[in-house]
Design a protein around this ligand. Structure first.
Ligand SMILES: *[C@@H]1O[C@H](CO)[C@@H](O)[C@H](O)[C@H]1NC(C)=O
Ligand SMILES: *[C@@H]1O[C@H](CO)[C@@H](O)[C@H](O)[C@H]1NC(C)=O
Ligand SMILES: *[C@@H]1O[C@H](CO)[C@@H](O)[C@H](O)[C@H]1NC(C)=O
Length: 140
C-alpha cells in the first residue's frame, strides 16, 4: 500500500469519527441561534418530523405541525435544527396512502382533537441531503 493511499484511508477514518462525534453532541463549534419560525428550510424540517411521527404512531389519523414555538440552528459540519413545536391530529386517515399532509385539515374541537408538544433535533448536511434525527420527544 502506498503512503498516499494510507493517508487517504486515515483521513477517511478521521472524517467518520468527526461525523460520529457531531452526532453525539460533542465537538460543536457554533452556538445555536434563533431563526424565524417562517424560515422556508425550517418548514421542511418540521414536515420531516411529522412524517417521522406518523411513521411511528399507531394512530388511525395523520398528525401535522400546528405551531412552532421556538426554532434554532447551529452550524456543525452541516446544520443542526432544534425545534419546539406542536403537532395535532388531522382528519386524514393513515390507511389512505394518497393523503397529502399539506391538504389535511385539523380535527375540529371535540373527542378527536389532540395536540402534542414536541422537541425535535435534526442534524443535516444540506449539500449531500444526508440527515439524522437526534432527538424527538413528544408529550401532552
Ligand atoms: C430565542 O427565542 C426564544 C423563544 O422565542 C426566546 O425566549 C429567547 O429569548 C430568544 N433568544 C435570543 C438570543 O434571541
Ligand atoms: C418508518 O419506520 C420504519 C420502522 O420503524 C423504518 O424502517 C422506516 O425507515 C421508516 N420510514 C420513514 C419514511 O421514516
Ligand atoms: C402536496 O400539496 C402541496 C400543495 O397543494 C404541493 O405543493 C405538494 O407538492 C404536494 N406534495 C405531494 C407529495 O404531492
Amino acid at each position: 500500500m502506498s503512503l498516499k493511499t494510507t493517508l487517504l484511508l486515515l483521513l477517511g477514518v478521521l472524517e467518520r469519527s468527526l461525523a460520529v462525534s457531531s452526532h453525539h453532541g460533542r465537538s460543536m463549534p457554533g452556538s445555536p441561534y434563533n431563526i424565524s419560525t417562517d424560515d422556508k428550510s425550517l418548514q421542511k424540517v418540521v414536515l420531516k418530523a411529522a412524517y417521522s411521527f406518523n411513521n411511528q404512531s399507531n394512530d388511525a389519523f395523520l398528525f401535522k405541525p400546528s405551531a412552532i414555538h421556538r426554532a434554532q440552528t447551529q452550524v456543525v459540519k452541516g446544520i443542526r435544527y432544534i425545534v419546539d413545536f406542536d403537532i395535532s391530529r388531522t382528519v386524514c386517515h393513515k390507511r389512505n396512502k394518497n393523503n397529502n399532509l399539506t391538504n389535511c385539515d385539523f380535527q375540529p374541537a371535540g373527542r378527536l382533537h389532540q395536540t402534542f408538544r414536541c422537541h425535535f433535533e435534526m442534524w443535516m448536511i444540506p449539500w449531500t441531503n444526508e440527515n439524522k434525527i437526534q432527538v424527538f420527544t413528544c408529550g401532552p
